[in-house]
Design a protein around this ligand. Sequence first.
Ligand SMILES: [Zn+2]
Length: 423
Amino acid sequence: MNPDEATRNSIDRLWTEIDRREDELIETVAELVRHPSELGNEAEAQAYVAEHLRQTGLDVDVWDLDESIMSLPNAGDSGVPFPGRPNVAAVQKGAGSGRSLIVQGHIDVVSPEPVAAWSYDPWQATIAGDRMYGRGAHDMKSGDALNLMLPRLLRDLGIQLNGDLIVQSVIEEECTGNGALDAARRYRADAAVITEPTGGRFTHAHVGVLWFRIGITGKSWHAMQSWYGVNAITKSIPIMQALQALDARLNERTHPAFADIEHPINLNIGVIQGGDWPSTVPGACELHCRLSCYPGQSIAETRHEIETAIAGAIAGDSWFAEHPPSLTWDGFQSAGSTVAMDEPSVKLLDAWHERVFGAPMELKAGTGINDMRYYNFAGIPAGCYGAAGDNGHAADEWLDLRSMVPAAKVLGAFILDWCGVAE
Ligand SMILES: [Zn+2]
């Protein structure tokens, strides 16, 4: 890290401006939270993002994903059609000679249900003390606001970058990753940062994730003669036990990035649907599951392990021999990824983190999936870095408001140093 004088001066001015406009930064998070954006309902929030970028003077690109991406490797299927739920990208054009950078965030948030468990309205961005409460306040409208405000502050300060700065706001991070998959092939850059709320840590690795459904067929009958029926719910028990055993087996394997994590691989049986009447033997049951895998393991290999586990559970069962369970793949179908710590962009981000925080950034290996993978798959080195908070995907999700200014300073200085400042 040895920025020239123009860059150093610009960083000083940017940091002063970030301090001065902290309220505006936080209000931008609040505005985003007040635009609910669950799966299928992303349009209004994306319109806000696009308008914000337009007002900054960027070239804004708003596009619906094309169905054809569903056939690409690591694409998933959310079951929701793409039209009317666009991705947004915008380019702050550089003077031409510097390195380019993508800063990316996802606009989608998970459901706040059960809302009764919240102390605050999940869509009102209530501030209490140093916290903002709201669905997405943490994951990840905090990062979306950073991505909107940094180009705005540069514009207002009259700072011209050398390399292009590309802002992206994508859909479907929480269920497939299709938004990032499409954005990472539409735009190229020399590096990317996903501004997920990492609490000032750097996500350098994360697992892959698959969702799957197992359909079990039984034979419905009146419960008073249950021996004539086949109970699809109880038939699913050995399959669930086999999945639990698979989870245990997979955690016997290790991966260097996940060595400190107690149970890195997680097979979750998240939904069970079966039967419809207490006095009827259930004729059908369906399990909806999620399994993770270490980076480096392919989707085909992971699917094979699931298929083998199920085959073992049903072997020798005469009912299953005639009525084999169905196995279908929905939602996430993506491998994990890593980024090397000696990538120039990672080293530079680390240096600016250390300048702001007084210590090197801690590393984080994600046991959940995030959008960085598609940039790494496309040859654009990418990791996650952003603000702090907690209760993502839970009641009373909150953003630590004090974390926004330091995160903005690290990312802002990194952008200026990476892309360069035009004289
Ligand atoms: Zn997120």
